[in-house]
Design a protein around this ligand. Structure first.
Ligand SMILES: [Mg+2]
Length: 373
């Protein structure tokens, strides 16, 4: 390892990738059909290639593919010649060049971690802590009429999923009906968690969650708007179901703030909010010190971003839940070989180094939009 520390990042390529969902995905605040992601390829001057991906969310971090490419245009030239393994320093550099833009930084951070694993010749999760060998993920149900969602839940169980995340947050009475029918359809052994995506008021949340108590729900994600921390505190105090922050926590600083406010029981870490694995680990460490378990979630990443999330979830003890399913909704397969495939709800890792991405669909990837060297 020490021999390569003097060597640097040789070239960075940036790709625009458009992917489609098999069917439009509906949550409380938006419906997503077409996905514009950005793939980053970093080549070191000792010949190792790292893959990273950005799946920006206008709704959550105010980013889109265009802003990601703009941010990378400022970041990438300054990274050339930098040590790819000095991730703490590389992240500091990125933060000094552009503020915010976490999804853009995540693409670079993920590629650097891929390089870290390949340089050490180990799967990434082993280098970052190696706590578990596989990761149980849920499958998320898009918002539909209650009876249709109950059927979708049954289909998910038939496919082998042991945990289901249910999108709600539209109409509290209908949301309760959704959960009642879904629990009835899947039986008692399936883990159910729900995500209101900021869709309720604190009062609506407390009422709906109280009615849902008997359906054995693990936790509710983001019951009220992200900035309504007082509302979160109120819901947490009065809800029989534990509260998880998603949209309210992007950074390690946000995590500390919400923990100090006693606003949450869990945190949903997403690499696209935190700026990648490096800061995702910091969020988990802060949360662990406060005995707040974490989940790893996703935006609309393909297999590259999902593999990164799965490696982090496998590595870290305090990341006890995973909602890593966005690649399963995609019509196209960007990663032809490798990645953290899912079977019977479990994400497992191939015997490959780094992220374990072996081959990409070159046609989908297309030509680089930008090359920096
Ligand atoms: Mg969420």
């Amino acid at each position: 390892m020490f021999l390569v520390l003097g060597l640097g990042i040789h070239q960075i390529e940036v790709y625009n990738v458009v992917l489609n969902n098999k069917e439009p995905f509906k949550i409380a605040t938006e419906t997503i059909a077409e996905i514009h992601n950005v793939v980053v390829k970093i080549i070191t001057d000792y010949g190792i290639i790292g893959w990273g991906e950005s799946s920006p969310s206008q709704r959550v971090t105010g980013e889109n593919a265009e802003t990601v490419i703009k941010a990378l245009d400022k970041i990438a030239p300054k990274l050339i010649g930098m040590c790819p393994l000095c991730i703490e320093r590389d992240v500091e550099l990125m933060d000094s060049i552009v503020k915010e833009n976490p999804a853009a930084k995540a693409a670079v951070d993920i590629a650097l971690h891929d390089i870290l694993g390949k340089t050490a010749r180990k799967p990434l999760f082993r280098l970052l802590g190696g706590y578990r060998k596989e990761v149980l993920t849920d499958l998320t149900l898009s918002i539909k009429p209650p009876k249709e969602m109950a059927k979708d839940a049954q289909k998910a169980v038939k496919k082998g999923f042991k945990a289901i995340k249910v999108k709600i947050g539209v109409n509290p009475a209908e949301d309760v009906e959704r959960i009642r029918l879904i629990r009835e359809a899947v039986g008692e052994d399936i883990q159910l968690r729900i995500d209101a995506n900021q869709g309720w008021t604190p009062k609506q949340a407390i009422e709906a969650l109280t009615k849902m108590e008997k359906f054995n729900i693990q936790f509710v994600e983001q019951p009220v708007p992200a900035e309504n921390i007082k509302g979160l505190v109120k819901v947490r105090k009065n809800s029989p179901i534990p509260v998880m922050a998603d949209e309210s926590v992007h950074s390690p600083e946000d995590a500390l703030h919400l923990i100090q406010a006693e606003a949450i029981d869990y945190i949903n870490i997403k690499l696209m909010k935190s700026g990648g694995l490096h800061k995702g680990r910091k969020i988990s460490a802060i949360a662990e010190a406060a005995r707040i378990p974490c989940m790893i979630g996703c935006m609309a990443e393909s297999e590259i971003g999902i593999a990164a999330g799965a490696h982090l979830a496998a590595a870290v003890k305090n990341i006890q839940y995973a909602d890593l399913d966005s690649d399963l909704f995609l019509k196209e397969t960007l990663v032809k070989e490798g990645g953290a495939k899912v079977k019977n709800s479990m994400r497992t890792f191939p015997k490959l180094n780094g992220l374990g991405i072996k081959a990409l669909n070159e046609q989908l990837l297309g030509k680089p939009k930008k090359i920096y060297k």
